[in-house]
Design a protein. Structure first.
Length: 170
């Protein structure tokens, strides 16, 4: 398994990945709407991510299996260089759930955050119902710090979310 920076050339494979896992992801994150699942929508999504990457506020990665197929995504968002913080987000394909893919991706992105981006802390939010993601964060060294002030809305339901923090040693 490896992480690759998201590129425009990944649009077709990413569209297939997102479309194949839409129902799975919609259980955990707010639906992105039908346009996202079009070639134009995917190209616009990647262009938006690259604009944020160029500005230094986002580090978007694809999680690839040994054959080069996309099996997940992991992103560092809202990167704040002055404070040394960012928000972590990730998801894996339904067929990879429970196989250590998310944990491996998180460990790799922690190294990127520390070595390449020189961040001090990462923040993650996870639904209290998403036990698998809670395990991934806790196994990776994140500590629960409380509840998220703003609830996430998924399929019309407001979800309570834990906030987790990872601090890099000085």
């Amino acid at each position: 398994m490896q992480l690759n920076l998201l590129q425009q050339r990944d649009a077709e494979q990413l569209l297939q990945f997102e479309s194949a896992n839409r129902a799975w992801f919609d259980q955990f994150i707010e639906d992105r709407g039908d346009w996202f699942y079009t070639r134009e929508g995917m190209r616009a999504h990647i262009a938006d991510f690259h604009e944020k990457y160029a500005a230094g506020s986002l580090y978007p990665c694809l999680v690839l299996d040994d054959d080069g197929h996309i099996v997940g995504r992991v992103n560092l968002r809202d990167i704040e260089r002055q404070s040394g913080t960012a928000r972590l987000g990730y998801r894996v394909a339904a067929h990879c759930a429970g196989r250590g893919v998310a944990s491996a991706a998180v460990i790799q992105v922690l190294e990127i955050a520390r070595v390449h981006l020189h961040l001090q802390q990462l923040i993650a939010h996870v639904s209290v119902e998403n036990l698998a993601s809670i395990r991934v964060l806790e196994k990776s060294g994140f500590a629960r710090t409380g509840m998220r002030d703003r609830k996430s809305v998924v399929q019309g339901r407001a979800l309570e979310c834990h906030e987790y923090l990872y601090s890099f040693d000085a």
